[in-house]
Design a binder for this molecule. Sequence first.
Ligand code: URA
Length: 234
Amino acid sequence: MRADALLSRYGYCSRRECAAWLAQGRVLFRGETVRRANAPVEPTEVLVDGEPVPFVNGLYVAFNKPLGCTCSHREAGKLVYDYLPPQWLARKPGVNTVGRLDKETSGLLLLTDDGAFEHAMCSPRRHVPKEYAFRTAAPVPPAAAELFAAGTLLLEGERTPCLPAELRLTGDCEGVLTLHEGRYHQVRRMLAAVGAPVVALERCAIGPLRLESLGLAPGEWCAVDPALLIASKV
Ligand code: URA
């Protein structure tokens, strides 16, 4: 890869700004300062401002989404991307959330620049389980567990019923729902369908990845191994 392509690909600067970065001696390859924009470099052996290039082989990150921000690049108000290093957002390909959480849902969210990974994690065919802890404004009828497990619940406006989902109640108005797909506002709509509107919702796990074991405060992120998640197919 050329030095200017590397700086642009990993979000440091535009190709036009590259000459200035190189002239300032900010880029080293195998210990030597890179001066020419077209110099061939190996990304894993480059230092920019003394630091290795982050996520050379793809960016895979777990993020603890705070309440009140949206999974969008464009909407007004606080965005998930406001919590991330600006350099990530200038990478090409760009960094996106893997699926979405509502503005008023907190918890585990994955981010990646790998479109194939994003697709694999969201595909209902892969059945990657996603676990949500909820509180509701009214008691959840115990019969809801059987209804959700049967895979027969047809939500308003949908043509196919929800895939079987596991409901575990931990109180009259709280519990954990595990889904194997990701439809719009699915947890809220499923619980509303049984007369128990959601008042608080947090995603606590995606496949084998559990928010509590990652030790992330809201707004914090950490790198994850994509192989762990892709291998989690059930
Ligand atoms: N289900 C919802 O209702 N909201 C989310 O953010 C995720 C799943």
